[in-house]
Design a protein around this ligand. Structure first.
Ligand code: AMP
Length: 475
C-alpha cells in the first residue's frame, strides 16, 4: 500500500483524495491536476455546491468524478437497495454518458463502488436487469432516466450528489423540462455540481434554481480551446475536397484524423472514398446503431481505423487523448459548433491542429466563425503536389452548406450568388437544417417522448421553469 501511495503524484496526494483513487490516477498516468481539477476537487471534497465553467478537454470529468468517488467510498451509505443510486450524473448525449461512466470505472477501479450507464436508443431490458443490482453511481441521459422513473425501475430518493454535466448542451438540446422533472424527485438534501462550457442567462437561471450558495470555479473561457489549437484553411471547391483530403492524409502521414461532415450521407460517402484510396476510415452518425458507433470509436482509438468521419451530434463528447488532427470537411453553419469541433483536439493542454476545407459558398460561415473566435483562420495554399480530379463529380446532395433562410440570410448577397472560381455554378439544394442536428436520429425507444440522447428538442423559454424551485437543497 505504502509503495503504491508513494508512487502517486504529490500534487494529487495534496488534494486529499483516498489512496485507492490516487493509485488509479497513477495508473492513468496523470502527474498533475489540470486547472479545473486543482480548483474543483477541493470544493467538491468540502461538500458544497459548485458552479464550474469548463469545456470538454479540460479534464472536467475527473474534476467531479474523483471527489465523488472519494465521498462515496469514505461516507457510510444509507439504505443501500438495488436500483437506488447515491450519485446521479446527468449528461446530454449517449456518447458522453458512456465516456463519463468509463471514467468512473477507470478512477474507481480499486474501490468496491458500482456504476451504470443509462441512455435511450437501445433496448431497455438490460437496463431493467442492471437496476436489479446495486448501483452507486448512475450516469444517464435525461429522457431514458424519465422512462425508468415512470416505470419505477429506478429510485432516486437516495441521491447524495447530483451532477449536471455539459449543462449548456442539455439546454441547447431542449432537455430543461426533463431535467426539471428529475430534480423534482430528488431528495432535498444533496450536493449539486453544475458544469457548463458557457454561461448564458438560461444557465444562470438553471443554476439559481438548483444550487445553494455555490462556489464558482472557472478555468477556461469559452474560446480558450481556440488559443491552443493551430487553425488553418484551404480554399477548395467542394468537388475537389475528397481527393484533397485523401492527398493530405497521405502526404502528411496523418495517423489519426477526425473529420467533420455536414450530413450523414456525406460522412458515409467520404469514408467509402477514403477506404477506396487505402486509407482506413469509418463513419459515425445518428443513423448508425449504438454498437456500430462504439465499434467505430474503439477502432479509431486503438489505431486500426485512421480516419473517423463524423457529424456534429455523433462526435459530441468523443473523448480521445491528444487527438492531433481535426478536419472540417465542411464548415458548420452554427459558428459555436466550430469551437466544439476543434475542441476535439488540443485537449488537456496538448496542442492540436484543425484544418478547414472551405468552398467559396462557405465564406459567409467562415466570417461568422472568425467573428466568434475573434481571430482569423490562416489561409494556406494547397501544395503544388495535389492534382485535382479530372472529372469533379459533385453529386446533387453534396453541395457545401448554403446560408439557411432566416439565420444568416444576410449572407445570401455575400456569397451564394457570386461566380464560382472553383468552376461550379451557384445554386443547389436548401440546407438540411442546423448542423447541430445533423446527426439526429428519430426517437426509437420512447412512446411519449422522443429519444433524448440523439434527438435535439426545440428549446423552450426558461422563464418560470424554476418558479417552484424544484429540488433545491435543504441545507
Ligand atoms: P475531459 O475534459 O474530462 O473530457 O478530459 C479530457 C482528457 O484529459 C481525457 O482524455 C482525460 O483522460 C485527460 N485528463 C484528465 N485529467 C488529466 C490529468 N490530470 N493529466 C493528464 N490528462 C488528463
Amino acid at each position: 500500500m505504502t509503495t503504491e501511495t508513494s508512487a502517486a503524484s504529490p500534487a494529487f496526494v495534496e488534494l486529499g483524495l483516498a489512496e485507492p483513487i490516487l493509485r488509479a490516477i497513477h495508473d492513468a498516468g496523470y502527474t498533475t491536476p489540470t486547472p479545473i481539477q486543482a480548483q474543483a476537487i477541493p470544493q467538491v471534497l468540502a461538500g458544497g455546491d459548485l458552479l464550474a465553467a469548463a469545456q470538454t478537454g479540460t479534464g472536467k470529468t475527473a474534476g467531479f468524478t474523483l471527489p465523488i468517488l472519494h465521498h462515496l467510498s469514505t461516507r457510510a451509505a444509507q439504505a443501500l437497495k438495488p436500483g437506488r443510486p447515491r450519485c446521479l450524473i446527468l449528461v446530454p448525449t449517449r456518447e458522453l454518458a458512456a465516456q463519463v461512466e468509463e471514467s468512473v470505472k477507470t478512477y474507481g477501479k480499486y474501490l468496491s463502488l458500482t456504476s451504470m450507464v443509462m441512455f435511450g436508443g437501445v433496448n431497455i431490458n438490460p437496463q431493467f436487469k442492471a437496476l436489479k443490482s446495486r448501483v452507486d453511481i448512475l450516469v444517464a441521459t435525461p429522457g431514458r432516466l424519465l422512462d425508468h422513473l415512470g416505470q419505477k425501475t429506478v429510485d432516486l430518493s437516495g441521491v447524495e450528489i447530483l451532477v449536471l454535466d455539459e449543462a449548456d448542451r442539455m439546454l441547447d438540446m431542449g432537455f430543461i423540462r426533463d431535467i426539471k422533472k428529475v430534480l423534482a424527485v430528488l431528495p432535498r438534501q444533496r450536493q449539486n455540481l453544475l458544469f457548463s462550457a458557457t454561461f448564458s442567462d438560461e444557465i444562470r437561471t438553471l443554476a439559481n434554481g438548483l444550487l445553494h450558495n455555490p462556489k464558482s470555479v472557472e478555468v477556461a473561457r469559452r474560446n480558450t480551446t481556440v488559443e491552443v489549437v493551430e487553425q488553418s484553411m484551404h480554399r477548395v471547391p467542394q468537388a475537389h475536397k475528397r481527393d484533397l483530403l485523401a492527398h493530405l492524409i497521405k502526404h502528411h502521414d496523418w495517423q489519426q484524423v477526425l473529420v467533420f461532415t455536414r450530413t450523414k450521407h456525406g460522412a458515409n460517402k467520404l469514408a467509402e472514398k477514403l477506404n477506396k484510396d487505402n486509407i482506413s476510415a469509418a463513419a459515425i452518425h445518428g443513423n448508425k446503431s449504438q454498437s456500430a458507433r462504439t465499434k467505430a470509436l474503439a477502432s479509431f482509438k486503438d489505431g486500426s481505423v485512421r480516419v473517423l468521419v463524423a457529424t456534429d451530434i455523433a462526435a459530441r463528447g468523443i473523448d480521445i487523448d491528444q487527438l492531433p488532427q481535426v478536419v472540417n470537411f465542411e464548415l458548420p453553419n452554427v459558428p459555436e459548433d466550430y469551437v466544439h469541433r476543434i475542441g476535439r483536439t488540443g485537449r488537456a493542454g496538448a496542442t492540436g491542429s484543425a484544418l478547414s476545407l472551405v468552398d467559396d459558398e462557405e465564406m459567409g460561415y467562415l466570417r461568422d466563425i472568425e467573428k466568434l473566435i475573434k481571430r482569423s483562420i490562416v489561409r494556406v495554399e494547397i501544395e503544388p503536389g495535389f492534382v485535382p480530379p479530372a472529372k469533379a463529380d459533385l453529386m446533387s446532395d453534396e453541395r457545401p452548406p448554403r446560408p439557411p433562410q432566416g439565420r444568416g440570410g444576410q449572407r445570401q448577397g455575400q456569397n451564394s450568388r457570386q461566380p464560382q472560381p472553383g468552376g461550379r455554378n451557384a445554386g443547389g439544394r436548401a440546407p438540411q437544417g442546423k448542423s447541430a442536428a445533423g446527426g439526429a436520429k428519430p426517437a426509437a425507444s420512447r412512446g411519449a417522448a422522443p429519444n433524448p440522447s440523439s434527438q435535439p428538442r426545440k428549446p423552450r423559454p426558461q422563464a418560470a421553469l424554476f418558479s417552484s424551485k424544484p429540488g433545491s437543497r435543504g441545507h
